[in-house]
Design a protein around this ligand. Sequence first.
Ligand code: NAD
Length: 265
Amino acid sequence: MAGRLDGKVAVVTGGCSGIGLATVRRFVEEGARVVIGDISDEQGAAVVAELGRVAGGHEQAVATYVHVDVTSKDEVDALFKTAKDTYGSVDIAFNNAGISPPDDDSILDTELDAWRRVQEVNLTSVYLCCKAALPYMLEQKRGSIINTASFVAVMGAATSQISYSASKGGVLSMTRELGVQFAREGVRVNALCPGPVNTPLLKELFAKDVERAARRLVHVPMGRFGEPEEMANAVLFLASDESSFMTASTFLVDGGISGAYVTPL
Ligand code: NAD
């Protein structure tokens, strides 16, 4: 059976965990070859080994891992070059790596170094990845870029993570602008805006504190956190030609949270 991404080459940052990992697996299932950029080398090797087994019989590995700190221009450029050199094109860029560290909190308590680190990893990285991917896509006259923003790009929280929220607002604005600029050149740029998703990033925040989790869950009309696989399906849609009339969009996959005034509970 034909895969929805047959013949496509994808780059996924933050592909060793959570939303990125689920997406890498989904992309490979649908026939893509994937280059993973992350700083988690052990996990990267394990993912490539796992996918090698899934796709057994291929002469060429379907997935490649590259150690990349997404805040480094040289390393990001090398990541996209690896995709082109190894698999022949850059059709999909899922710019997804991000952090949510505890020292990014209320503006009253967040110091400049914490602010800057989050801006670098969450926002500057997306600028670097788009800048690296676009020349390949413009030359091919086709490409789909998906940048991971967040529901916090469209709504505020009283329990602030000030740099994180600002970084995701930046990702959303940048995505919209790029989508408009390159719409007539065959390159689509969309923002994935997940609601709260059950990943290591979120678990670390709430695992120790059931009350904190409950305080957030009450705002989600569906009454639960999302799963990484539910994000992967959305990314697959944006990456594939099925979303061919979509660009510059704010693609909310959030269990209804951004639409809620009064919730069922
Ligand atoms: P995660 O922590 O499970 O995975 C993040 C991955 O990024 C990890 O593999 C990590 O090693 C990698 N990474 C971190 N810093 C990096 C760097 N400097 N260079 C390269 N790789 C780096 O997180 P997740 O929950 O899957 O989040 C993925 C994206 O989704 C992030 O951008 C996050 O902000 C966003 N998001 C998450 C949620 C949620 O509830 N989990 C909600 C909205 C948006």
